[in-house]
Each structure stands twice: as structure tokens, then as C-alpha cells.
Design a protein around this ligand. Structure first.
Ligand SMILES: Cc1ncc(COP(=O)(O)O)c(C=O)c1O
Length: 374
């Protein structure tokens, strides 16, 4: 059997990883400034994380959601405290798309409505409603196009207000900072107005923190830069540092009912242990402070490269915009400088999503490589 060929691949085969580095099968070392699409939060194969997972798998890897699992309770409590979202309830699932799918479903259950407001250039995943709320027709099959979704430009509250007039909207969904779309974000006033307009119209306000959450923006959640409290927050990626896990943080005004949501694998013992370990390390190593320090250092240093038009994003969720396409530079960064970076739907944007433990020295290596290549 062959693999279903949906991914264009770089010809590189990492076989080992530690911290912010990967090694390929020929033992060539690479600097990882992309974390496999923003997944690696505490660093590859972190010693505490590996030890916790190994010890759990020796005890028990999985049982279904029909038994008591104290690890889920421990994870929810820890996440509530660290993220300052103690008055939310947590539903655990397996991926970002699944988190958004469940968030949208909850919004529809709560309001009895089905239209979604999303934003231009949004990316929310590839399942039914999540992909319909993703502003990319190429990845929407006719089946997905049955959903009622309207895409509005960011930062135009008037258009949101107009769209709410028919009283048929269940949810507004917005990324804390847009990832795949190219690092655009709502202004503080826009986020605040969205929250209040949703409250006034009985619409569920969902913030997708799947990429921007878990400290990446320099606060635990990117929306916390705007002093708001969404009805639902979705998380995945950095949550498990590579172990598949997603979560939906649900405010107390949305009531749970038995059977309303469910999953076989979500919240399994191994996933919980991975996610608990991530939170412990974020706290113990004060990684959010590191994000802010390394980000400030990098943003200052990168000014030395005049070909850069703009740097977008916050913390260690950054897009470096050039006035030319970056695909060649990305290839050269991998094959000549041994550095992984990412792209975006804006072809001129080089995206970096390093582990939150990246150092100033790692950033110096990147800037030197960029200078040499440009
Ligand atoms: C903002 C955002 N939402 C949702 C998703 C989907 O997550 P997953 O690929 O885990 O389904 C992604 C993935 O890139 C994302 O960046």
C-alpha cells in the first residue's frame, strides 16, 4: 500500500529531537523554529515529559470515558489556574479541528441556530463545520459547503452588527492571532466589541487559541492581550507538545448534558499526562517570560535586515514579511542553513513558531543565516 499523497514533502527525514533541535538520519543537526506547525511548546523530548509518559504507559495507557479518570480532573484544574480561566469547564478531545467542531456544535445547541460568522483568511481545521468556517474553498468539499458561514473582514464591527440583524447566527469564531492566514489579528477594540455584541445578541463568542494559545503570544492566551472573556476557547497544538490532544474551555453559562458531546480517545490517560507535564514545565521553567524576552530581543535584532517589510504577530508567533516570495528562502534555510521555518497563505511571509524554550542564541543563528541568504 502507498500513502495517500496529500502532503508536498521536503526531502529531509528527522529521526531524533531534543529541545529546539532535530537530527536527520545522517546525524545532521537542524534548528527547529517551526515546532512542526506550532506544536512543540516545551521543547522536543523534554526530560520530565518523557519520564511522565513512560511511567504512565507502564501503568495504563487507555480506558474509555465511562470510568473515573482523575488525570482529566488534575489537567482541568491545572489549566484553569495557569491560564487564569478557572471559571470555565473543560471538554477534552484529540485535535484542533475537533475542538472547533465541538465548540461550534455547542454554540448551535445553546442558541438553536446554525449560521456562523468567521473572518477572512481564517483557518479553523478540516472537519465539517470547522472547515466550513475556514476561508479556503480549495479545502471545502461540496459536503462542507452545506454549512451557513459568512466571512467578514477583521476589524469591521459594523459588518458584524449588520450580519446579526436576522437573528440566525449561533457563533462568532475568531483566531486569537491568525496563523495559516498570515498573522493578522483583531484590534483590542474589535475583540471587545465582538464580545459585547455577542452577549447582547445571544451569540456564542468562540476564540480559537489552537495556535496562539499556551503562552505562544507572550500571555497564556492571545485574547488576554485584549481584556476579554470569550464564551468558548479552543486549544490543541502546544497543549500536548506532540501528543495529540485538544480541548474546549466552556464558560459556565453553557450547561452540559449527558451525551451532548463525546469521544472515544479524547482525554485518555496518556494524553492527560502529556498535557499535565506541558503545564508543569511551562510553569517551572517560566516559559512565558522566556517568550517575551526572546521575542523582544528578536524583534529588535531583526531590524538589521532592511529587506524585511514588516514583522507581524506577537511573542513567538511571528510572520516576517518580505517584498518577494519566501519559498526559495525556506528551502535554503533547511538545506543550506539547517533551519526549519514555516510559510503562510501570504506567500511573502516566513512564519516562525519555535518551541517556547528557544534561546536568544538560537535567534542569532537564524538572523545570521537570513542575512547570508538574502
Ligand atoms: C488556528 C487553528 N485552528 C485549528 C487548527 C486545526 O488543528 P488540527 O490540525 O489539530 O485539527 C489549526 C491548525 O493549524 C489552527 O492553526
Amino acid at each position: 500500500m502507498n500513502l495517500f499523497n496529500v502532503y508536498p514533502l521536503y526531502n529531509v527525514t528527522p529521526v531524533k529531537a531534543k529541545g529546539c533541535h532535530l537530527w536527520d538520519k545522517d546525524n545532521q543537526k537542524y534548528l527547529d523554529l517551526y515546532g512542526g506547525h506550532g506544536v512543540i511548546s516545551i521543547g522536543h523530548t523534554h526530560i520530565d515529559y518523557v519520564a511522565k509518559l513512560k511511567s504512565q504507559i507502564d501503568k495504563m495507557g487507555f480506558y474509555s470515558n465511562s470510568i473515573q479518570n482523575p488525570l482529566q480532573v488534575e489537567l482541568a484544574q491545572k489549566l484553569g489556574v495557569i491560564s487564569n480561566c478557572e471559571n470555565y469547564n473543560l471538554f477534552l478531545c484529540n485535535s484542533g479541528a475537533e475542538a472547533n467542531e465541538n465548540a461550534l456544535k455547542l454554540a448551535s445547541f445553546k442558541t438553536g441556530k446554525k449560521k456562523i460568522i468567521a473572518f477572512k483568511n481564517s483557518f479553523h481545521g478540516r472537519t465539517s463545520a470547522a472547515v466550513a468556517a475556514t476561508d479556503n474553498l480549495n479545502i471545502n468539499a461540496p459536503l462542507n459547503q452545506q454549512q451557513e458561514v459568512v466571512f467578514l473582514p477583521l476589524n469591521n464591527i459594523e459588518l458584524v452588527r449588520q450580519e446579526l440583524q436576522n437573528n440566525d447566527v449561533c457563533a462568532v469564531i475568531i483566531e486569537g492571532i491568525q496563523g495559516v492566514g498570515g498573522l493578522d489579528e483583531g484590534t483590542t477594540i474589535f475583540f471587545q466589541e465582538l464580545q459585547s455584541i455577542c452577549n447582547d445578541n445571544n451569540v456564542v463568542f468562540i476564540v480559537d487559541e489552537i495556535q496562539s494559545g499556551y503562552g505562544r503570544s507572550g500571555k497564556f492566551f492571545a485574547f488576554q492581550h485584549h481584556n476579554i472573556q470569550p464564551d468558548i476557547i479552543t486549544v490543541a497544538k502546544g497543549m500536548g507538545n506532540g501528543f495529540p490532544i485538544g480541548g474546549v474551555l466552556i464558560s459556565e453559562n453553557i450547561e452540559a448534558k449527558y451525551g451532548m458531546l463525546g469521544t472515544t480517545f479524547g482525554g485518555n490517560h496518556l494524553a492527560c499526562v502529556a498535557a499535565i507535564s506541558v503545564l508543569n514545565v511551562i510553569e517551572k521553567e517560566d516559559l512565558i517570560t522566556n517568550v517575551n524576552e526572546v521575542s523582544a530581543y528578536f524583534l529588535d535584532k531583526i531590524k538589521q535586515i532592511p529587506q524585511i517589510k514588516k514583522v507581524k504577530g506577537k511573542g513567538l508567533m511571528l510572520g516576517i514579511e518580505f517584498d518577494f516570495e519566501v519559498s526559495e528562502i525556506r528551502k535554503k534555510l533547511i538545506f543550506e542553513k539547517y533551519i526549519f521555518t514555516g510559510g503562510a497563505s501570504n506567500k511573502n511571509l516566513l512564519r516562525i513558531l519555535p518551541p517556547l524554550s528557544v534561546t536568544k542564541q538560537n535567534m542569532d543563528t537564524f538572523i545570521k543565516a537570513l542575512k547570508e541568504l538574502i
